[in-house]
Design a protein around this ligand. Structure first.
Ligand code: MG
Ligand code: MG
Length: 265
């Protein structure tokens, strides 16, 4: 069942998603060599709760019914998504994908950004830049009258033409009262196929892109997804509302990029 949102509901979704953007900016302030992913998680949880919201990921069940233990997903280097914050110390040259979800006033926010830790190799920065650009290529195609497959095609075509891998097993999603609603939003697809995009459809688009092969495996913790060949991965995510003309981007990287300045991708 696909729920189209009213303008009032979209404004509430925007508030939740702006809080995610601000939380990721708080995290951005802390990211440097020597910090642990657990420290990032604690700061994020405190910020979310101080703003009257709840971290949606905490307690979220996986396919085995195990609850996710943290506020953020922190996925370092070859980890693609769903990494669990822990005492891992971030090192100069690492990248860390931080995914954050909040629930406030009945609506979910969901957005992700891959950060550089200290000085990162140019080829890795190019992966991050391409993944972020691919997200916006997908968003350009998320307009009334197009279909879900047009979004996936745009992302896949852009990333594969840069010789990167496009993860198949994990996808974007509808979003609203629930973090994961219908439809699924794959980062691959064929033009003109899939669900028709209508005004008021709210979705999270989230390319997960790898420097090597697209194959991923799940670690024994039941959550962490990493590349099989252990090559670096990147993940950027926006929540958007479909509109006639341009999509309305409800989440925001502006707060993050104010913190990062020009020194990053
Ligand atoms: Mg997310
Ligand atoms: Mg998501």
């Amino acid at each position: 069942m696909i729920f189209l949102k009213t303008e009032e509901e979209i404004e509430l979704l925007r508030q939740s998603n702006l809080l995610v953007g601000k939380t990721l900016a708080e995290v951005a302030k802390l990211i440097k060599p020597g910090v642990t992913t657990l420290e990032l998680d604690k700061a994020a949880e405190e910020f979310i709760r101080d703003n009257g919201a709840i971290p949606t990921f905490k307690g979220f069940p996986n396919h085995c019914g195990q609850a996710f233990p943290a506020t953020l997903c922190t996925s370092v280097n070859e980890q693609v998504v769903h990494g669990i914050p822990n005492n891992t110390i971030l090192k100069d040259g690492d990248v860390v994908s931080v995914d954050c979800g909040v629930f406030m006033n009945g609506f979910c926010g969901d957005s992700a950004y891959t950060f550089c830790v200290g000085d990162v190799a140019e080829e890795i920065k190019k992966l991050l830049k391409t993944t972020k650009e691919a997200l916006y290529k997908g968003i350009e195609n998320a307009v009334v009258g197009k279909r879900i497959g047009d979004i996936g095609y745009a992302i896949q075509n852009y990333c594969e033409s840069n010789s990167y891998g496009v993860v198949r097993e994990f996808v974007g999603h509808g979003i609203g009262h629930e973090m994961h609603e219908e439809p699924q939003v794959p980062n691959f697809g064929r033009r003109g196929t899939g669900t028709l995009l209508k005004k008021g459809l709210c979705i999270a688009i989230e390319p997960m892109i790898t420097m090597g092969d697209k194959q991923v495996i799940m670690e024994n913790d039941g959550w962490t997804v990493r590349t099989r060949d252990r090559k670096i991965a990147a993940h950027f995510e926006h929540t958007i509302a479909i509109n006639t003309g341009k999509a309305d981007i409800l989440s925001s990287f502006e707060f993050i990029e104010q913190v990062l300045g020009n020194k990053d991708i």
